[in-house]
Design a protein around this ligand. Sequence first.
Ligand SMILES: Cc1ncc(COP(=O)(O)O)c(C=O)c1O
Length: 480
Amino acid sequence: MRSHLLNDLTAEHYRRSVTEGVERVAAKLATTDRPFTGVTVDALAPGIERIDLDQPLHDTTAVLDELEDVYLRDAIYFHHPRYLAHLNCPVVIPAVLGEAVLSAVNSSLDTWDQSAGGTLIERKLIDWTAARIGLGPAADGVFTSGGTQSNLQALLLAREEVKTDSLAKLRIFASEVSHFSVKKSAKLLGLSPDSVVSIPVDHDKRMQTVALAHELERSRRDGLIPMAVVATAGTTDFGSIDPLPEIAELCGRHGVWLHVDAAYGCGLLASLKYRDRIAGIDRADSVTVDYHKSFFQPVSSSAVLVREASTLRHATYHAEYLNPRRMVQERIPNQVDKSLQTTRRFDALKLWMTLRTMGADGIGELFDEVCDLAAEGWRLLAADPRFDVVVEPSLSTLVFRHIPAAVTDPAEIDRANLYARKALFASGDAVVAGTKVGGRHYLKFTLLNPETTPADIAAVLDLIAGHAEQYLGESLDRAS
Ligand SMILES: Cc1ncc(COP(=O)(O)O)c(C=O)c1O
């Protein structure tokens, strides 16, 4: 069994195994002609159930053959130009190379004595990101597992910065289309069930600052304590960007922590054309960035950044076995002092390899391309009488629904759109997402693949219309 341990004696085995795996994936990527096979749970589950985990195959080739059946054949392929569903980007090759290196070396970024150079690389990337945001000389941050964790940590710091014994009085203000992790964080932080005040959005799905001002004042009047405002720079559904300068102004006036959730919109930090869309982000107290959404990085790659490094102390615990307090005096950089995690992947390496190979402009160029594609998609949808499209994109999502010519019943239109999404998924021809707007079912394209063309968008719209019309036709047959 020792032949499976990666070490000086097994370097050749490692090279062969990994190369074989890479060859399989490369062949798969080269020949996958649809984002999904359309396999059902019922069809896939028995093959996985049948496998006896106590009966190993011992042989890499056999394991990869089996993997083909239980995973590779039917996986959802984000690199395919007709995968248009969630906030999953195709990944860049330098980052995948980074992934291979980091898992083989297997550094853990909690302490210097488990990572050495990895710690310094992560710190440099945090400084780089903070400088791109414009957070100032005292900024700091740490890599996290994703936007959910980044939002949680930012709100933990905000909570700890408020001096109160009464958690029940704390209030967080976020737009009605902010990410659900804000509410989840509030729960995890022990705040009351009504602690997240939902601020209405305008026609473009941006937080209404007049309503925010009103709610901030009302909270104070009611003896409540505004703990944080969460502005979203790129909402999950609409890609809308809250008016950051006005929100920062209000936060300054009320002395409230401003967290900017730029999990999605962070791609604009590298943009060559649209950086001004997140003007005002430099006034945040904390920022969430998800490199795995808009920097073309493999999952996971995310960070939370703060304006004042000292606020990260709220996440610090000193354990004698790991990061004793004396190490701070000895100036030993232990990233666990800033993190909610202990053992932690060296995800920063992927971004490092990306920036050292392509440069930030390379990432920005790709992100600009998908923003341009979304603008083109919006023009297509707006000109197509078969569809209703919700907002002109600020980033790269499109929320729309099929409006059949002869149908006026909103519930029937809902059913037709739900059916179209399901049927499309089952066909594997394309994958799209869905959401609700004003209580009605809509469909969503999240465009993160620069290889997707306007022709792909037009073709998928035709497929959707075809499925919806088929549903309505069958529904008429059923009724008659
Ligand atoms: C605006 C926003 N914030 C936070 C998150 C959560 O990020 P993650 O899925 O990386 O935890 C998402 C995910 O879609 C998001 O869109």
